[in-house]
Design a protein. Structure first.
Length: 446
């Protein structure tokens, strides 16, 4: 063997593993474990839920951490009357039906009935967004979203997981995603997903105790754990508020006794941060709360506090508020409800107090619209914010308005959480989107 050939072989041998590692590997089963009571049944409206849910029901687009909008299931076009949404040809639900305008309209109308995030996101369409959608229900090819006033953030806000289109039914998730469900805990890769087939052939979901899940992660029998905070958390955009009735004396009683930092430290966990303002700190919200009064007021009587069943952080905070109000002279009854029942209870005034959590986008103006939807006071604020054309100036205007409205809306901000997701360090091409949700469509491992 001559010297030149030997050198070539040595270079190939040295570079071979590195070159092979740079190429995505197809095949295998992406294993995901749920631990710690993590809630994934809110149709992707928590960071953990969205991480799993979008594998089966993708949103129309993906908002990157850099603010860019990547179409997934539809394209957008600005026209004088608003924004045209055009579903991509070939986009099909898991059951095989094509995604057209009528299916998208029906999916969003259902979302408006159950989700404050959907209502706040679509609020720029006018006072009756469901009616605006209904007028387009028989359109073919293109859905026009009318804008009675400018709203530059509409396309980016349509990437919210709450607006991921799904067909109604009781057969499990029936969305348009990179995976098609096969039973309650497995799914297969979809060859027809508009953005291409994912690398792993299958998806397997299991429910494990925390220690068992971490052991399985270390042994690489699974790749992702939902419900276990990572060493480096992402943006804390899952915001939790205490909603109260207008002019309720309970607001002053809670506000005088609440210590947000202690609440996070003792009852929520290290993946959360205190939120003294209407917008989370990750969106430039207020960082300091007003000082507590020297003599907290006292009350009397009974009240009902509703919260989302299945969310351990909300249950723990509800129990803490029960103690605080008992010390203030109020007997608080706790009422755990399913997410849709909780939304209905708040909108109809069935609960005196309610804990509400919403996943906010990294867009302060849209985030404020969603927050104000929780307080049922969105409409009059959006036109002025939308009229600010430059993105940074619009974000600054939303932050300023959030500070001005903090004392007048019927909710108290409590804390914001980031995604509790831990992954195999060998997992390649997993990344966060602008909501802090992990994108696993392109993930693979050597």
């Amino acid at each position: 063997m001559n010297l030149e050939r030997m050198l070539v072989l040595l270079v190939l041998a040295a570079g071979g593993p590195g070159l092979a590692a740079a190429r995505a590997r197809d095949g295998g089963t992406l294993g995901i474990a749920l631990v710690g009571g993590v809630e994934t049944d809110e149709r992707g409206e928590t960071p953990e839920g969205a991480t799993l849910h979008q594998l089966l029901a993708a949103p129309l687009c993906r908002l990157g951490e850099d603010g860019r909008v990547e179409p997934l299931l539809a394209t957008f076009e600005r026209v004088p009357a608003g924004v045209q949404v055009r579903p991509l040809p070939g986009a099909r639900f898991a059951s095989g039906e094509p995604l057209g305008v009528p299916e998208l309209v029906r999916a969003w109308q259902r979302a408006l009935l159950r989700s404050p995030a959907a209502r706040g996101t679509l609020a720029p369409l006018g006072a009756q967004p469901a009616s605006a959608l209904e007028q387009q229900a028989r359109a073919t090819g293109t859905l026009l979203l009318p804008l009675p006033h400018p709203w530059p953030d509409l396309e980016a806000s349509l990437c919210h997981p709450a607006l991921a289109p799904e067909l109604e039914g009781d057969r499990g998730v029936n969305g348009v995603g990179p995976y098609v469900p096969q039973g309650a805990d497995r799914a297969r890769a979809s060859a027809g997903f508009p953005q291409g087939r994912p690398h792993p052939d299958a998806l397997a979901v299991s429910i494990l105790p925390r220690r068992a899940a971490l052991r399985a992660l270390q042994q690489r029998s699974i790749q992702v754990v939902l419900g276990e905070p990572a060493d480096t958390p992402g943006p804390a955009l899952l915001a939790t508020y205490l909603v109260h009735r207008a002019e309720s004396p309970l607001r002053a009683l809670v506000l005088a006794r609440i210590d947000r930092a202690a609440l996070v430290r003792s009852f929520v966990g290290g993946h959360a941060v205190p939120m003294p303002g209407l917008l989370p700190p990750a969106l430039g919200g207020a960082e300091k709360a007003a000082p507590l009064p020297a003599e907290p007021p006292r009350g009397s009587g009974r009240a009902v506090l509703a919260y989302a069943r299945g969310r351990p952080a909300q249950r723990a905070v509800a129990e803490r508020l029960q103690i605080l109000l008992r010390d203030a002279g109020v007997q608080l009854t706790l009422s755990p409800l399913d997410p849709e029942a909780l939304d209905q209870a708040v909108r109809t005034g069935q609960a005196d107090l309610a804990l509400r959590s919403v996943l906010l986008p990294p867009l302060p103006a849209v985030a404020l619209a969603i927050v104000l939807e929780l307080a049922e006071g969105t409409g009059s604020e959006l036109a002025a914010l939308g009229a600010v054309g430059e993105a940074d100036a619009r974000a600054a205007a939303a932050r300023t308005r959030a500070v001005q409205l903090a004392e007048t809306v019927r909710l108290l901000p409590l804390f914001a959480e980031s995604a509790r997701v831990r992954m195999d360090p060998a997992l390649v091409d997993a990344r966060r989107d602008g909501f802090g949700v992990w994108i696993l469509d392109d993930a693979w491992w050597p």
